[in-house]
Design a protein around this ligand. Sequence first.
Ligand code: PEP
Ligand code: CO
Length: 452
Amino acid sequence: MSAGDLTLFAGGSGWSPSSWRAKPALQQPAWPDEAELEQATKALRDLPPLVFAGEARSLMSHLGRVANGEAFLLQAGDCAESFDSSADSIRDKLRVILQMAIVLTYSGGVPLVKVGRIAGQFAKPRSSPTETKGEVELTSFLGHMVNDIGFSEAERLPDPRRLLTAYHRAASTLNLLRAFTRGGYADLSRVASWNREFVATSPAGRRYSQMADEIDRALQFMTACGVTTANTPQLHEVEFYTSHEALALDYEEALTREGYDCSAHMLWIGERTRQLDGAHVEFLRGVCNPLGCKIGPTATADEVVALCELLNPQRIPGRLTLITRMGAKKVETLLPPLLRAVRDSGHPVAWACDPMHGNTYTSTSGRKTRDFDDVLAEIGGFFAAHAACGTWPGGVHVELTGDAVTECIGGADKIIDADLERAFETLCDPRLNGRQSVDLAFRVAEMLSDRS
Ligand code: PEP
Ligand code: CO
């Protein structure tokens, strides 16, 4: 069965866009005013879809190639997007993702499927529902879709009007992304110009510019042969898709149209909300979008196979991406039993590695950070586990920004604990900066080319 046939079977028994309401829904905001919430969701129901069913179906067929071992998924973007992101910051984030993609395609030698954590990544699950400073205990920051990051009662109070702002921010971000990816910015002849900022100053930048020169020469050769960016759209445009964690179910339900959750092309279920009998699995099993599900260290093989059954009963390649986030030290022992169980069940799954969320720790200076070496080590362990099981290490899922932040330790610039305070700007988890991201792409490309 192909991705295009999924519409025929969407929904499943007893499903409706609101059937999740009969199940336990974790991590939902305590909206203070029902009437205001109803007003906001009614307004959302009347607004146009952000993405279209046909686009979600195309992504599903690309992800089908990932599940079949024929392509690699790069899913990347912010941990928590901000309502205040500037156009420049959105462009720079896209640029870093495109740079990583070009490195993986050129040096890794595989077709790339590009998906941003972008244009909707506004709701965050939290380990603790409240945050305490001194004597004051307030609701945790739950993402700009719900409340604000400032530490005051008013800022932390969930405000349903933010659901509408989230929609409008997502729409304007998406508009910008569509313009950049279709309007010439992503033209392959500009690969070198994306790198201007860090060309001379970092090893990854120098390596990148060498690669850009080679691509340039290849393009000149192709032009001489009559293949130009003007007559070959693939050289001029990039297929770029959006995704976010489908966490705030009031929002996702309100944006569901004719079986598709039209808030993004791909939606994923987080590690904290993947209960088999929970509201998130119930909601997402019925929509026709490609789905992701995070799989952390406590997941059992039976649970993972049961998730496959619930989320992809028709066994359509590309419908389900399992995003594993075990931690660098655990991945090589915890992942293989899951890979084998899914493989033996016959479920087609795209496997991606999130090397971020199992590797967060508090540094001596008290910052929540991640070490570049741990990130790399988890991806290495992911590749090793797949090699041992004969399965395809289908992709990586990373948190990054194009802004020059210092949030993660290590990388070519050797960021140390004392550097963290210089530019620690994240609203939630620590992100790789542009240089660390491009550096990571080269390392993953090496792992990919070493495989074959
Ligand atoms: C995230 O992706 O930002 C996140 C919260 O991840 P996880 O659900 O894997 O903890
Ligand atoms: Co995160």
